[in-house]
Design a binder for this molecule. Structure first.
Ligand code: CO
Length: 448
C-alpha cells in the first residue's frame, strides 16, 4: 500500500477530500462506465391519437420512473385505429406498470402470450407500440440511435422508392420523371383503369355499367391497362430506372401466374402482392414459371404466413408492415431468418405508418445485410410539426436520425390539433377512417 492510499484509509470517509479534482472526475467516469445502468420501471402507458396528414396514427408513449426517460412506438392500424387505443390502455397498460422497461424481448413474449389468442392486427399493433417505445427508451438511456444498439450500419442509407400514379399513362410517366429528377432510382408505377376504382390511382370520369352503385373493379381490364403502362414506361423512361408495381391482391390466382409471366420482359424491380395471404400456396406456381421478383407481406400478422415463403424461397422481398407483425423485435428476427435464404426486406412504408414507424423501418434497413428497398412517403409540414426529427430523405436515400433512440420528439400540443378524423370527409368520415367496399360489375365484393 502506498503512502497516498494509507493516508486516505486513515482519513476514512473523508479520504475523498485528499483526491484532486481531476482524480475525482476520473474515478466518477470509471464508476459510470462499469456500473450497470439503473433499470427504469414503466410508470405509465399512453396512446397519442393524431392524424396530421389525414391518416390516423396511434402512437404509444411509455413513461418510466426516471425523470425525462420515455419512448414512443408506432401502433398504426389506421383502418381500425380506435380499437388499438383500448387494447393498449385497458389491457397492456395495467400489465406493464411497474415492470422493468429494459427487458424488451421478455416484455414482447409476455404481451404476445398474455392474451392467449394472438397474431391479430389490433393486438399486434398494440404490442408494436410498446415494443418500439422500449427500444426508444433503451436508445435514449444509452445515448445512441437504435441502429447502433442493433450493431451499427451495414450501409450509409436506405435506397427508397416513391409512388408515381395518374389517371392516364402519360401522367404516371410525368410523375415518375419527377421522382427521377429528385434523384430516385426506384419508382412504383400505378395507373387508373378507366371508370374503375383501381388501386393506387383514380379511374377518371368514364362511367362503367354495373348492377350496383359502389365503386367497380374488374381484374382483366386492370391487367391489360397495367401491361400497357409498363411498356410505355420502358419506352419513355428507359431501362435504367427500377420500376415497381403493386397488384394489391386484386386478381385471381391463375391471373396472377399469367400476369407475373407477362411482366417478366419489363424487368420490374419487384411485383408486389400478386396473391392474397389466403392464396400463398399459389406462389409455387409463379416461381416455377418465371423469374419476376416477387414482393409480399404487408397484410401478414403471423410467422405461419411468412416463414414458409422465406424457407421455400418463394418470394424475393418480404415487405411486412412492421407494427402489424408486432414491432421491431419480431421483424428483426424475421429479417435475420430471411438473410439465410437470401430473401431481402422491403418494409411497408406508406402514409399510414407514423414517422416513428418509418424510423423503425429505416433502422432495420441500415442494419440488415439483406435489405432490398424502402417504400417512401414524404412527411408533410403537419407531420413534421408533430413528429420532430423525421428520417431525412436526400437523392432517393432515407437516413436514420442520429439522435438517441428513434431521434424523434412528439409535440403533443401539436398532435392534439390533428385528432383522429381530421380532414376526413364523406364515406371515410362515416366509416370512422375505415375502408369501404369495391365490387365487380355484377356486385361481387373484391379484396382491396
Ligand atoms: Co402494397
Amino acid at each position: 500500500m502506498n503512502r497516498r492510499n494509507l493516508l486516505r484509509m486513515a482519513a476514512g470517509l473523508g479520504g475523498s477530500a485528499l483526491m484532486t479534482k481531476r482524480e475525482a472526475a476520473a474515478q466518477e467516469r470509471i464508476a459510470r462506465a462499469v456500473r450497470a445502468m439503473p433499470s427504469p420501471k414503466i410508470k405509465d402507458v399512453q396512446v397519442i391519437q393524431t392524424a396530421p396528414a389525414g391518416l390516423r396514427l396511434p402512437v404509444v408513449k411509455i413513461l418510466t420512473d426516471q425523470d425525462g426517460l420515455y419512448g414512443y412506438g408506432c401502433a398504426c392500424f389506421t383502418q381500425r385505429a380506435d380499437l388499438v387505443v383500448p387494447a393498449v390502455e385497458k389491457y397492456l397498460g395495467p400489465f406493464l406498470i411497474g415492470k422493468p422497461a429494459d427487458r424488451i424481448d421478455d416484455t414482447w413474449q409476455m404481451l404476445y402470450n398474455s392474451s392467449y389468442w394472438r397474431n391479430g392486427p389490433v393486438l399486434n399493433n398494440a404490442i408494436s407500440g410498446v415494443d418500439q417505445a422500449l427500444w426508444d427508451i433503451k436508445g435514449r438511456q444509452a445515448g445512441m440511435p437504435v441502429y447502433q444498439l442493433l450493431g451499427g450500419k451495414v450501409r450509409e442509407a436506405a435506397d427508397c422508392y416513391g409512388h408515381a400514379s395518374g389517371t392516364e399513362i402519360a401522367e404516371v410517366i410525368d410523375s415518375a420523371r419527377r421522382w427521377m429528377e429528385r434523384g430516385f432510382r426506384h419508382v412504383r408505377v400505378q395507373v387508373g383503369v378507366p371508370g374503375m376504382a383501381g388501386y393506387g390511382s383514380r379511374g377518371g370520369t368514364t362511367a362503367v355499367k354495373a348492377l350496383h352503385s359502389a365503386p367497380v373493379f374488374e381484374p382483366a381490364a386492370y391487367i391489360r391497362r397495367a401491361l400497357k403502362l409498363f411498356e410505355e414506361c420502358r419506352k419513355q423512361l428507359g431501362d435504367e430506372v427500377e420500376l415497381l408495381h403493386d397488384v394489391h391482391e386484386r386478381v385471381t390466382p391463375t391471373q396472377a401466374v399469367q400476369f407475373s409471366k407477362d411482366v417478366e420482359k419489363f424487368h420490374l424491380f419487384f411485383f408486389e402482392d400478386p396473391l392474397s395471404p389466403e392464396d400463398i400456396a399459389w406462389f409455387r406456381l409463379i416461381r416455377q414459371q418465371c423469374a419476376t421478383p416477387i414482393a409480399m407481406g404487408e397484410l401478414f400478422n403471423s410467422p405461419h404466413e411468412w416463414s414458409p415463403l422465406i424457407i421455400e424461397r418463394l418470394i424475393d422481398y418480404i415487405r411486412v408492415h412492421v407494427s402489424q407483425a408486432g414491432g421491431l423485435t419480431p421483424c428483426r428476427k424475421m429479417a435475420a431468418m430471411a438473410e439465410h435464404f437470401n430473401v431481402r426486406t422491403a418494409w411497408h412504408g406508406p402514409g399510414d405508418v407514423s414517422p416513428i414507424g418509418h424510423a423503425a423501418n429505416v433502422t432495420l434497413d441500415v442494419v440488415c445485410y439483406n435489405f432490398g428497398v424502402q417504400e417512401y412517403s414524404p412527411f408533410n409540414e403537419a407531420l413534421q410539426e408533430v413528429f420532430q426529427g423525421c428520417p431525412a430523405q436526400k437523392d432517393g436515400y432515407l437516413y436514420p436520425n442520429e439522435a438517441p433512440g428513434w431521434g424523434i420528439e412528439v409535440n403533443e400540443k401539436a398532435a392534439a390539433k390533428y385528432p383522429f378524423g381530421y380532414g376526413e370527409q364523406g364515406e371515410r368520415k362515416r366509416l370512422n377512417g375505415g375502408w369501404g367496399e369495391v365490387r365487380k360489375r355484377d356486385g361481387q365484393i373484391i379484396k382491396q
